[in-house]
Design a protein. Structure first.
Length: 256
């Protein structure tokens, strides 16, 4: 009897192990090339303050002038390039599109819905249809803007970008503890609400490994960092996503 019980325990263990492997394999198939360490679901993009040569990434945020934007858009023709708009002459955006650089979208500093509407009308006046011929996004820099995602969805935007340090300063004041629980809730809420309204949510800044993992767990679609931080960020995102995948498989196993 003892031996039969032992056999049953072994049999149950092997069965659960087999079920776990089946679940894990199904989860793995949801991502292409999962075994490739640096293949990630979260997009990793590069923050460009100056002209940069091509890097195999998921896109670029150009935070500079039009000369830099032209060079970056040309070097990254196969990628989306968002330009952090600074109340410049929109005719220069038309010029860039006329050069065949249709990969450029506008990231507009967001304070009021009327500002987004005004830029859209200006784009139409120069022959560019917002959301169709050119992507339009809003940059979240202040806590008030973080609470207006529903209104942005109603107006129509393609993406949201969180300026990590500006939002932190305006949220925390002089006590700039960027891992403050209240501030983390603000970030998490932005990612969740954006996902609810089917708006791509990105965040740009400089992040250590712990913060990078937290942003992935929050559900941000893209993390945007300087070129020198690109590789380490991609590695940490890949590690975090693998942990999430394994935890999901283990949870499914426990529910059997």
């Amino acid at each position: 009897m003892i031996w039969e019980g032992g056999n049953k325990q072994i049999s149950d263990y092997l069965k659960k192990t087999s079920i776990f492997n089946d679940i894990l394999n199904k989860e793995v198939k949801k991502r292409e090339d999962f075994k490739e360490e640096l293949k990630t679901v979260t997009e990793i993009k590069i923050l460009a303050y100056e002209k940069i040569d091509f890097v195999e990434c998921d896109g670029v945020l150009a935070d500079s002038n039009f000369d830099v934007l032209k060079a970056v858009a040309n070097n990254f023709k196969s990628k989306t390039v968002w330009y952090k708009f600074k109340d410049d002459d929109l005719r220069l955006i038309r010029e860039i599109h006329d050069l065949g650089l249709n990969n450029v979208g506008l990231a507009l500093p967001f304070t009021e819905i009327e500002n987004i509407k005004a830029v859209k009308e200006s784009l139409k006046s120069i022959g560019l249809e917002p959301l169709e011929e050119i992507e339009i996004g809003a940059v979240i820099e202040a806590p008030a803007a973080a609470n207006m995602i529903e209104s942005l969805s109603e107006e129509g935007v393609d993406f949201l970008l969180v300026d990590f340090y500006k939002l932190a300063r305006l949220s925390l004041g002089e006590n700039l503890n960027i891992k403050n629980k209240g501030f983390m809730r603000i970030l998490s809420n932005i990612a969740k609400v954006a996902k609810y309204y089917n708006i791509e949510a990105g965040i740009f800044g400089s992040f250590d490994e712990e913060m990078t993992a937290m942003l992935v767990n929050m559900g941000f679609d893209s993390i945007i960092v300087k070129k020198e931080d690109f590789e380490k960020t991609k590695k940490e995102v890949a590690r975090t996503e693998r942990r999430l995948l394994l935890n999901a498989a283990r949870k499914d196993l426990k529910e059997l």
